[in-house]
Ligand binder design. Structure first.
Ligand SMILES: Cc1cc2nc3c(=O)[nH]c(=O)nc-3n(C[C@H](O)[C@H](O)[C@H](O)COP(=O)(O)O)c2cc1C
Length: 241
């Protein structure tokens, strides 16, 4: 199996330690490709909307985005990590997610995403890990992913892993291992189930795209939906990719 990891920090500290605990359950059976932000996607989205209007290859950062997207599409499991910075995912993670706005359901979602599984891991000192995880979940679910596991942790002691009490380290490790055990036990030869919320979002977007495509057959998003067969009877969650 293939795993793509997107890490919202380059620091090899607590987020990294917990992510390593998670990945340990997969090391022997998975090809793991990881990216660290901001290094691997160093620029902000400047809102040029080229990705929406002209196509993703017209993005000034297409070189970075294209490479990471290839790994995401190939992955059976996507692992996203971030510490909480002011109650949210890191700026690097936000900049990364902005670059994938064109992959949201109202635009040109990748059919591969509908059968994928994903895990989000966030942690903080006191509070904010949950809202940081929500930042990431928002994008993943709008990319079309239904099966999303979430780990959130609060250190409530020190910010240095080695200086945390044994009890705290054991508690966090146990919680991560519970999640990794659950995901390691899944059958990756079968696509994940697409939930009703994702299907409902798809149908609302389909109505919109049908109208847009009718008004302007050259409009990129509408054309994409038509090419996928989604304006007809084809559904991305029924494809075996
Ligand atoms: C810019 C910044 C903002 C932070 N904001 C929060 C916060 O809102 N809530 C919180 O509990 N901890 C906050 N922290 C603490 C980090 O979440 C915490 O130290 C975390 O363990 C850092 O992850 P790392 O060890 O992987 O670098 C913040 C740290 C930084 C550098």
């Amino acid at each position: 199996m293939n795993i793509a990891g997107i890490n919202g920090t380059e620091k090899l500290r607590v987020t990294y330690q917990l992510k390593e605990v998670f990945l340990a359950a997969f090391r022997e059976k998975a090809d793991i490709t990881e990216y660290y932000l901001p290094k691997d996607c160093p620029n902000f989205c400047n809102g040029c909307v080229n990705c929406m209007i002209k196509g993703e290859s017209a993005c000034k950062d297409a070189e970075y985005i294209g490479k990471i997207e290839k790994s995401l599409l190939k992955a059976d499991l996507i692992v996203m990590t971030s510490p909480a910075y002011v109650f949210h995912a890191t700026g690097g993670m936000k900049a990364f997610l902005d670059h994938f706005a064109w992959r949201w359901l109202p635009h040109r979602p990748a059919p591969e995403m509908f059968g994928k599984r994903a895990v989000i891991m966030t942690q903080c000192l006191g509070a904010g890990a949950k809202s940081a995880a929500k930042d990431i979940k928002h994008s993943l679910s709008w990319w079309g992913i239904s099966k999303i596991g979430i780990f959130t942790g609060a250190l409530t002691g020190d910010i240095v892993w080695e200086r945390l009490s044994e009890k705290k380290r054991a508690e966090l490790t146990r919680k991560v291992k519970r999640l990794s055990g659950k995901f390691a036990g899944m059958d990756y030869s079968k696509p994940a189930h697409t939930n009703l919320i994702t299907k409902a979002k798809f149908f609302v977007c389909r109505l919109m795209q049908r109208k847009l495509h009718k008004n302007d057959p050259e409009y990129l998003d509408g054309k994409y939906w038509a090419e996928q067969g989604w304006l007809g009877k084809t559904r991305p969650w029924k494809l075996r990719l």
